[in-house]
Ligand binder design. Structure first.
Ligand SMILES: *Cc1c(COP(=O)(O)O)cnc(C)c1O
Length: 404
């Protein structure tokens, strides 16, 4: 389709760029026939959960990540909960507020108190200086997050936790396949926990993986996923029901085979987004340290309303009119969500960078089998919305205006 430069944005009455809505994300399903064959076999044997396919998946993930132990679970959230519980952690756990709510939920469910700290405006990741300021005698653990697959500053966080003799985990939900300083994410801190839910690059339908080089911790997580029963029906601690089923493991094994291809494709598409949008005023991207690799679980741009001429909220509305689905990950950030507002540690902190970022962020469609020509058209939509920013800003509601 030829796009005329004079074309009006759909929000001003022009024809939408797309005939059908482009979703923000979609899981990439591996080839069906090997899956269907194995599903049938599993049903015939009757061994439906935590069997040989779960073990094969764990071993394949272990090999890919280059870690000593991987334990498959039913989610990333239960993985974080089990880590806190098995290590008997108490008191305060430092977490970034600019993350998905599950990072906070896991801490609260485990009986600890989350202390939310600020992020870095450029990398979107937890700010090590803010972490250092937040550590107190009551801190038992820090949970870092590799936001959108961009590796957190693992080196600084390891230095801080070593010096203070506290634990370090990573909510690596977005990070399966990310690379920091030449090493795959998975080996940093005491343990890292991946999510396999359908919005993640490596999916098993649902599921989580704990990766660690600590044999004793690995054994405890294995026990913990099975109610805390270590085999003799004696319970060492109160565990969870957090096993992975054989069906999920089979999907995980097949998804792992196409993962590298998917990561490379997302990196190509992210580069294309950068090329087509970075010439516009007021649009910036997440910065990835040179030598690191992001999985681009999400592609998020930051809108400076004064320079771009439109607020983030008006851009969302204009893109929706073009039939382009957007999200604002993560707005509101965790500490500003209703259920967290009453927590003692959440009332005061202002977390200026988190507020700044969450009010300016727009996540654009990106998934592993998205075609480059669709990205081209999405970028053309953003370009034409910008060309007409004056006309669009007039129709904005007060809360969509320049002041965010
Ligand atoms: C998806 C996600 C989770 C939750 O993963 P589940 O497997 O659904 O428990 C946790 N943290 C982050 C950052 C996520 O994006």
């Amino acid at each position: 389709m030829q796009i005329m430069k004079s074309d009006k944005p759909a929000l001003l009455g022009g024809t939408p760029i797309f005939d059908e809505t482009i979703p923000i994300t979609k899981p990439t399903i591996p080839p069906l026939s090997p899956l269907v064959k194995s599903y049938k076999k599993v049903l015939q044997t009757g061994l439906l959960t935590n069997g040989s396919h779960v073990r094969s998946f764990e071993l394949a993930a272990q090999q890919y990540l280059g870690v000593k132990h991987v334990i498959a679970l039913n989610s990333c959230t239960t993985g974080l909960m089990l880590l806190i519980k098995t290590l008997g952690l108490r008191g305060k756990v430092i977490v970034p507020s600019f993350s998905f709510r599950a990072t906070g939920h896991a801490v609260v469910w485990s009986g600890c108190e989350p202390v939310f700290v600020d992020c870095d405006k450029a990398t979107f990741n937890i700010d090590p200086d803010a972490v250092e300021r937040a550590v107190s005698s009551e801190t038992s653990c820090i949970i870092g997050v590799h936001v959108f697959g961009n590796p957190a500053n693992v080196k600084r966080l390891e230095q801080i936790t070593k010096k203070k003799k506290i634990r370090l985990f990573f909510d690596a939900a977005h990070g399966f396949g990310s690379i920091a300083q030449g090493h795959k994410i998975g080996k940093f801190g005491d343990a890292e926990v991946f999510s396999l839910s359908p919005t993640k690059l490596l999916t098993a339908g649902e599921g989580g993986l704990v990766a660690t080089n600590d044999a004793e911790l690995a054994e405890q997580i294995r026990t913990g996923r099975n109610y805390g029963n270590s085999g003799n029906y004696e319970h060492d601690f109160v565990g969870l029901s957090a096993r992975m089923s054989e069906f999920n493991a089979l999907l995980g094994v097949e998804s792992l085979k196409i993962l590298e291809f998917n990561i490379e494709n997302r990196n190509r598409l992210a580069t294309l987004y950068r090329k087509r949008l970075s010439s516009l005023p007021g649009i910036t991207f997440q910065s990835i340290a040179s030598g690191d690799r992001s999985t681009y679980k999400d592609l998020s741009i930051v809108i400076d309303p004064e320079q771009f001429g439109l607020s983030r909220n008006l851009l969302n509305r204009a893109l929706t009119a073009e039939r382009i689905e957007t999200r604002n990950y993560f707005d509101p950030p965790i500490h500003r969500q209703k259920v967290y507002k009453d927590l003692r540690e959440c009332r005061e902190p202002l977390l200026p960078n988190t507020t700044w970022l969450s009010t300016r962020i727009v996540s654009l469609p990106l998934y592993s089998h998205l075609m480059a020509d669709v990205v081209e058209k999405i970028c053309e939509a953003v370009n034409r919305i910008h060309r007409f920013h004056r006309e669009i800003s007039v129709i904005g509601k007060p809360d969509e205006g320049l002041s965010v």
